[in-house]
Design a protein around this ligand. Structure first.
Ligand code: CO
Length: 131
C-alpha cells in the first residue's frame, strides 16, 4: 500500500488551503461530504495529497476532534486496489475496522476507517481509488 493522503483538521478551509497553496502545494479541488459533516480541500504534494477537513456541523466527527484536540493531523489514508480484501486482512490482524462494508467518501471513492486504539493512536483510512 502507498499513502494516498494525510488528513488535517482545520477551522477555516479557505484560509488553510491558501496558506498551503502559497507554500507550493496546489489546490486540486474542494468538495462537501455531507454524510460526514465536512468540507474538504485536496492539495497536491507530489504523489500524495493533503486533505484539509473543515466541519460543517457542530456534531460532525471533525468538529468533535477540533474541540478535543484543536487543529492538526487527523488521519493517514492508504490506497488499496481491493478495499474489501484490505478490510478482511486488517480485521484478521486485529485492527478495529469501523466499517463493516466500505462507505462512499470523497470523490465517490470507497473508503473505510480503522480506529486509532488498534493502530498505535493513529486513525487510518483505506481508500480504493476509482478504477
Ligand atoms: Co481522508
Amino acid at each position: 500500500m502507498r499513502i494516498h493522503h494525510v488528513g488535517i483538521a482545520v477551522r477555516h478551509l479557505e484560509g488553510a488551503a491558501e496558506r498551503f497553496a502559497a507554500l507550493g502545494l496546489p489546490l486540486a479541488g474542494t468538495e462537501t461530504v455531507d454524510a460526514e459533516g465536512v468540507r474538504i480541500a485536496f492539495l497536491r504534494a507530489g504523489d500524495v495529497n493533503l486533505e484539509l477537513l473543515e466541519a460543517i456541523r457542530p456534531d460532525s466527527p471533525i468538529a468533535r476532534f477540533l474541540g478535543r484536540r484543536g487543529e492538526g493531523v487527523h488521519h493517514i489514508a492508504f490506497a488499496t486496489d481491493d478495499i474489501a480484501a484490505s478490510i478482511r486482512t486488517a480485521r484478521s490482524l486485529g485492527f478495529d475496522v469501523l466499517d463493516e462494508a466500505p462507505r462512499v467518501g470523497h470523490g465517490g471513492r470507497k473508503v473505510a476507517f480503522i480506529h486509532p486504539r488498534s493502530a498505535h493512536g493513529v486513525l487510518l483510512e483505506l481508500v480504493q481509488d476509482l478504477g
